[in-house]
Design a protein around this ligand. Structure first.
Ligand code: DI6
Ligand code: FE
Length: 397
């Protein structure tokens, strides 16, 4: 297939979105065969099925690199409690929060979990998303963690979307281990990781390093196991306080550290040195009405690549719109629209360790989004409006 009369935002190296006016993209066997100005199109690509885009903007298909779309139940009641004055941490300490989603997830069948996840995934696909990261972490027992990861894999069977899984056994201490987080790490989290890895269910290992979750020392034990199994790591770090999670992640060469509201200049420097991506999650900041924004200027100054994701989860970010995340990243954190788009393409791919998506360049997968807009800045600019025209996944419309 050949796309012509396109405005290409290739996101491939060049500044200003890698914009190419009057562009064309040739695809073959699910890959991008050629992309550039129409006038330079090699003759060999000329005689294929052609779609005239009449100037529409083509970007790489979007990548949501941090989600918890597989979960049972919802937390609308907790939303009400927080509106009545309780904080996120108070709700969590009172047995609500993550642990209430754990009960609902344990109680749900695989089919029910899949049905719930697909509704959220469909909303993402409708906005041009073609790769989604999905975490476990609402099971907190071995069987339910494995169940969540199987459901995550099943999403990719049921829909034209690519899924990368993260094992998040170190998300919270379940009620049956209350006050014994170290025992939970030894008896459940690490054996669960081994079992999930043996079942080929794990693409990365994640953790939640926070006062209401796990200490850097506890996370380090999980990361040591990940390292011995050859699995890359990432970490929810400095979301509500600074415990040194970002620097821990950097020491393990993490793919990413995520949230980072309380990260500082030294954290940014350590992440730059390790090449870890800063995953910015404005939906959680917005929902929890946090006051401290992540140090975007420090990430920029140190050259830390920034990604943007939904964090789609029932508690702190009940949001499935990646376009809205981009808008929030700009409005709340002063990222530029170009940084936001890099954050859901190039840098989101990097946060997942993927090299074959996120840019429009020859040899990469033909995962593209075609938008009814005139300029790529419009993607971050509008609120609650979806200008997707068509999506191409592996070369298929
Ligand atoms: N940080 C978050 O924002 C989510 N998990 C995490 O570690 C929240 C999860 C939840 O509240 O259910
Ligand atoms: Fe999260």
């Amino acid at each position: 297939m050949l796309l012509t009369n396109a405005t290409l935002a290739t996101m491939d190296g060049a500044p200003a979105y890698g914009l190419v006016g009057q562009g064309a993209v040739a695809m073959a066997e699910g890959r991008i065969a050629w992309a550039g100005p129409m006038r330079d199109l090699p003759a060999e690509f000329g005689d294929q099925e052609t779609m005239d885009l009449e100037g529409r903007v083509v970007t790489p298909a979007l990548i949501d690199c941090h989600t918890h779309v597989v979960h049972g139940g919802n937390r609308a009641r907790e939303f009400e409690m927080r509106l009545e004055g309780a904080t996120y941490e108070e709700v969590a300490r009172a047995g609500g929060g993550i642990v209430s989603t754990v009960s609902a997830t344990r109680g749900a069948s695989e089919a029910e979990l899949l049905q719930g996840a697909l509704a959220r995934v469909d909303a993402m696909i409708a906005e041009g998303v073609a790769t989604i990261e999905i975490k476990s972490g609402y099971g907190l027992d071995i069987d339910t963690e494995l169940k969540m990861l199987r459901v995550a894999r099943a999403v990719a069977q049921q829909r034209s979307v690519r899924v990368r899984t993260s094992y998040l056994g170190a998300h919270a201490t379940p009620p049956e281990y209350k006050g014994r987080p170290d025992a939970y790490i030894d008896e459940v989290c690490i054996p669960g990781l081994e079992a999930a890895h043996a079942g080929e269910l794990v693409d990365a290992v994640d953790g939640f390093c926070e006062g209401i979750a796990f200490s850097p020392q506890q996370i380090a034990r999980v990361f040591d196991k990940a390292r011995s199994l050859g699995i890359p790591v990432k970490l929810h770090a400095e979301q509500l306080s600074n415990l040194g999670g970002a620097q821990l992640a950097a020491r393990y060469g993490a793919l990413s550290a995520d949230h980072l509201e309380y990260a500082n200049d030294e954290d940014a420097q350590a992440m730059a040195e390790s090449g870890s991506v800063a995953v910015i999650l404005p939906g959680a900041f917005y929902t929890l009405r946090e006051a401290v924004a992540p140090p975007i200027a420090a990430f920029r100054a140190h050259g830390v690549p920034m990604a943007v994701a939904t964090d789609c989860n029932p508690g702190s970010s009940p949001m499935s719109s990646l376009l809205l995340s981009m808008n929030m990243a700009c409005t709340l954190f002063r990222m530029t629209p170009e940084e936001a788009l890099l954050g859901v393409t190039v840098n989101a791919a990097r946060a997942l360790g993927l090299e074959d998506v996120g840019r429009i360049a020859p040899g990469l997968r033909a995962d593209l989004a075609i938008w009814d807009i005139e300029h790529p800045a419009e993607l971050a600019y509008r609120i609650g409006f979806n200008p997707l025209w068509k999506r191409i996944f592996g070369g298929e419309l």
